[in-house]
Design a protein around this ligand. Structure first.
Ligand code: 3HC
Length: 693
């Protein structure tokens, strides 16, 4: 008998149990075990019905994604499911936990499906760049009809057991899975086995309806291939018999599995999990935290407090005045109200969450906090003043965190006793929605403190990435190189609209200039003025953003920045004033504008990010390339289906990226220097992924 699949018996009912932690993925050993179970049970005249169940937290959560990079290993899942479906005895799938992908497909091969009420059921394959490859695109429509099948297969979003029942995907929802499954099996025992109709599924959609639906799916996919191909497979279920549809599905699955997009999405899946386990955390034990204080209740502080409260922490926001404290409370209440509106939480949950919030202008209220997060204005002196007070007002063992997004925390915390308790927690705005947190380690931070930051982030349903100290940490430092290159391209002749368009076609949600306008140009302007004295005189300086601000335009909020905006609209329109200003600046600098191909723009903007990331890696600021990828995907909208800049570099070929970067540096050695690590990896056309341990 297999290690992962066992058979027990209760009268005429056999119970086949899969036990393959952590998620009962249906890897080769499970497939073989199930195959053998069918071989054992089929001729057994004592057995009249079979229950398929899983031990642990969940029914099968899918195929084993780790096997995708090797060759296919028999028995194949589709063949196994066919064998179960052809069995002379009824098979009943007992569902609990997360029934996903190949797990749902296995259940669809069974003749009955009964689910615990809390079960989540879905076909998430498109989020791995593939499609359900073991009958999911063919059996689902035959049970649910067109609309639900298109939704399940092309969005990949799981549904509740109740919804699955409504869709016709399962037969029953229960609060007592074991007992009700056994009763169902006993009733089905010895009865004729219901089988899926192999004829094409029926729908009332016309060819035009299907074509229009495809266009919608294509639009929503924004460059990602798998939802569109998955849609094509579902459509086939309405045009061809089951067996032909299954063959076509398998072909599309094999084709998609080999694409760069699927490799990138699989990388993203594992990177998002590996990022929480950096080597530096191995020696750390998280401390117990229940009471949090947030200093500053502006947009960032109230967002952080909202996330903390929602994770169950008792939270105090400390503001400078009673009035500001009231505004902070209103902000948190507003955040929670929109969560209610979006159906994320109930009104009762909102009230209970708000009950855990205290807002005050009394700094001494931090005295009972286990962890304190400073979220005041991004200015060293302002932050130092907060830490001056924390040095005496906070408990000596309380963990102190700063939300700085650029500044070295040691420059404003050196007066605080016990520096091993200090770290950066760089949240992204809006902090109650964005999932990324950079956990910044100072030379003194204790591993237990870092571990606490990671555990707290996880409780807040965020993804934490470890970063060392440098200007802008991982994400904003790379953003700096990206923005600088975008500015040079603009000055050299590309238009903001062309650059933004090229990056959106690449898959970014917005281009750099739309992003600058949205964020507002004022803060960058002030930073640049402050840094002017220390700026490297060899480095090229594009003044265009400064000139726009000096011309009275600071971005979307003021109706003009790199673009023009009509009242109340976010649509970026050409601004004749800004364009005239750019032309004048080019003339002033003696630059003859040249034209750029979109692909050249993308390659250059990609190369400078990889180059900066390579420096970040060689300096030990980020541990692994995957840390960089996760930061860019989760904090900056880098398309998941490209897997982040480092994965994209591997897909393009690092030799190619090096060559682009070398040309950039050769043309302007004062501004750019090729990173040693890029030189080393690109020099042998190696892969950054090989550094992911
Ligand atoms: N294959 C291999 N490993 C998997 C896996 C899978 N399908 N699903 C999860 N794991 C691993 C994770 O990598 C993680 O490993 P680690 O501990 O070494 O980091 C471990 O299982 C636990 O996973 P999570 O940390 O994600 O645990 P959660 O409890 O937060 O979430 C889950 C559980 C909802 C099942 C989530 O892991 C998940 O969404 N998994 C992927 C589900 C999926 O995409 N299924 C479809 C697979 S493709 C397929 O079935 C093809 C078929 O059509 C032929």
């Amino acid at each position: 008998m297999s290690d992962v699949v066992t058979i027990t018996r209760e009268g005429a009912v056999a119970i086949v149990t899969i036990d393959n932690p952590p998620v009962n993925a249906v890897g080769q050993a499970v497939r073989q075990g199930l195959w053998d179970a069918v071989t054992t049970l089929e001729p057994d005249t004592q057995v009249e019905a079979v229950i398929l169940a899983c031990a642990g937290n969940t029914f099968i959560a899918g195929a084993d994604i780790r096997e995708f990079d090797g060759g296919s290993m028999e028995p194949w899942l589709a063949d196994l499911i066919d064998r179960i479906h052809s069995s002379a005895k009824p098979w009943i799938a007992a569902l609990h936990g997360t029934v996903l992908g190949g797990g749902l497909e296995t259940a669809l091969g069974c003749h009955y499906r009964i689910a615990d009420r809390r079960t989540k059921i879905g076909l998430p394959e498109v989020s791995l760049g593939i499609l359900p490859g073991a009958g999911g695109t063919q059996r689902t429509p035959r049970l649910t009809g067109a609309a639900a099948a298109v939704q399940l297969v092309t969005t990949g979003v799981p549904v509740s057991a109740e919804k699955a029942l409504e869709f016709g995907l399962i037969d029953r929802v229960t609060d007592d899975l074991d007992a009700d499954t056994m009763t169902l099996a006993q009733h089905a025992a010895g009865q004729p086995v219901p089988r899926l109709d192999p004829a094409p599924a029926e729908s009332n959609l016309s060819q035009d309806d299907w074509d229009n639906l495809r266009k919608q799916v294509e639009k929503q996919a924004r460059g990602q291939l798998s939802p569109v191909r998955a849609f094509d497979a579902v459509r086939l279920a309405f045009e061809t018999p089951l067996a032909e549809g299954m063959d076509a599905e398998r072909d599309i699955f094999m084709e998609l599995k080999e694409t760069d997009q699927s490799k990138a999405l699989r990388h993203a899946f594992f990177a998002e999990r590996a990022v929480g386990k950096p080597a530096a955390l191995k020696s750390g034990t998280p401390r117990d935290i229940s009471r949090l204080a947030v200093i500053g209740g502006g947009l960032m502080g109230s967002g952080i407090a909202t996330a903390a409260l929602s994770a169950g922490y008792t939270t105090t926001i400390v503001e400078q005045s009673a009035e500001a404290a009231t505004t902070a409370r209103e902000r948190v209440a507003g955040n929670l109200a929109s969560a209610v509106k979006r159906g994320k939480i109930t009104e009762e949950a909102r009230d209970a969450t708000l009950d855990r919030l205290t807002t005050t202008d009394d700094f001494d209220a931090v005295a009972d906090a286990d962890l304190i997060i400073e979220a005041v204005f991004e200015e060293s002196d302002v932050k130092r003043a907060v830490f001056d007070k924390l040095a005496t007002a906070a408990r000596p063992d309380a963990i102190l965190a700063t939300n700085t997004s650029y500044i070295d925390p040691t420059t404003f915390t050196s007066q605080v006793p016990n520096p091993e308790r200090i770290m950066g927690l760089h949240f992204f705005s809006p902090a109650h929605i964005m999932r990324l947190v950079e956990v910044v380690r100072t030379p003194d931070t204790h591993p237990d403190v870092l571990a606490t930051g990671f555990t707290m982030a996880k409780k807040m349903r965020k993804v934490a990435v470890l970063s060392g100290i440098c200007d802008g940490f991982i994400g904003n430092r790379i953003l700096g190189a990206y923005g600088r290159m975008a500015g040079y391209l603009l000055e050299d002749g590309a238009s903001a609209a062309q650059i933004d368009g090229a990056m959106k076609d690449f898959g970014m949600p917005m281009g750099p200039f739309e992003m600058f306008d949205m964020a507002g140009l004022q803060i960058g302007y002030s930073n640049r003025k402050r840094e002017a004295a220390t700026r490297d005189p060899q480095m090229r300086y594009s003044r265009i953003a400064d000139l726009i601000v000096e011309d009275g335009a600071t971005g979307q909020k003021t109706g003009r920045g790199f673009y023009r905006y009509e009242q109340g609209s976010r649509a970026a329109l050409p601004s004749p004033e800004t364009e005239a200003l750019i032309s004048a600046e080019r003339a002033e600098k003696g630059i003859t504008p040249r034209s750029f191909e979109d692909s050249e723009i993308v390659a250059m903007l990609h190369a400078v990010q990889v180059n900066e990331a390579a420096k970040i890696l060689q300096e030990g600021i980020a541990e692994r390339p995957l840390d960089v990828d996760v930061v860019k995907m989760m904090g900056y909208g880098y398309p998941r289906w490209r897997g982040g800049p480092m994965q994209e570099a591997d897909a393009r070929g690092t030799a190619q990226v090096l060559s682009t970067m070398q040309s950039i540096a050769d043309a302007d050695p004062g501004s750019w220097h090729v990173a040693d690590l890029l030189q080393e990896i690109g020099g042998k056309n190696g892969r950054f992924a090989d550094l992911n341990t």
